[in-house]
Ligand binder design. Structure first.
Ligand code: HEM
Length: 198
């Protein structure tokens, strides 16, 4: 049994009293059974891993589009980027979000109880919005440039900005993974004993 699952109560000594009191943990919104919790956690970790993997592919394609030695390879890299990447990335981001929501609501972690969960929620939402509003709309232009590049077409401004999505997303997702593993910073609000710790 994981350490955070051990029991729903634990002793806490309010500062200055020297007496142990029993602090009751807030219950989850719904109880996720052990089997379901593990299944959803596997889906969550796999989708987060897939998302990171797709970001690495984006980085490789962007770097190939910029630095490959022949125009034919550069053009193919941009076409592959425009054709294959955005929807799988959005799908993995949404699965990660949905499974994260189920894990938060179905366990004592909650969605807005612990900083590490709340920050991951914000990161996931912001990244989804960026995929839809900042990355996807430029993809037609990137694909067209990839097709026309071997014929000597000039690069549109979208091409210069392509370094940002993989850099921002990989940084944010690595940070989210560190948060998931380290679970730092305790609670958002004080509990009844006045503590913000777990
Ligand atoms: C931003 C992308 C995210 C990444 C890369 C990520 C990654 C992870 C990883 C690797 C774990 C396993 C940690 C462990 O078992 O030690 C995990 C667990 C967890 N994640 Fe996420 N996560 C993300 C988004 C979210 C979101 C949006 C939520 C909630 C709204 C969330 C809620 C949780 C919860 C509650 C657990 C603990 C589940 C448990 O122990 O039963 N995550 N996450």
């Amino acid at each position: 049994m994981a350490s955070h699952e051990k029991d729903r109560t634990r002793d806490a000594r309010p500062p200055g009293t020297g007496r142990a009191t029993t602090r009751r943990r807030e219950p989850p919104v719904f109880e996720l059974g052990r089997g379901w919790r593990k299944t959803v956690l596997v889906a969550h970790v796999v989708s987060a891993g897939a998302w990171i993997g797709i970001d690495v592919i984006v980085a490789v394609l962007v770097l190939s589009g910029r630095f490959a030695t022949t125009d034919a390879v550069r053009g193919l890299a941009y076409q592959a980027l425009a054709t294959f990447v955005v929807w799988p990335m959005l799908a993995s981001a949404l699965v990660c979000l949905a499974t994260g929501l189920v894990l938060g609501l179905g366990t004592r972690w909650g969605l807005l109880r612990y900083w590490w969960v709340a920050v991951k929620l914000v990161l996931n939402l912001v990244l989804c919005v960026l995929i839809v509003l900042a990355l996807q709309p430029g993809m037609d232009e990137v694909g067209a440039y990839g097709r026309d590049l071997p014929a000597g077409a000039a690069a549109p401004p979208t091409i210069d900005n392509l370094f940002f999505p993989p850099a921002v997303s990989l940084t944010a997702l690595t940070f989210a993974t560190v948060l998931a593993v380290a679970k730092p910073w305790g609670r958002l609000r004080r509990d009844r004993s006045g503590s913000t710790r777990r």
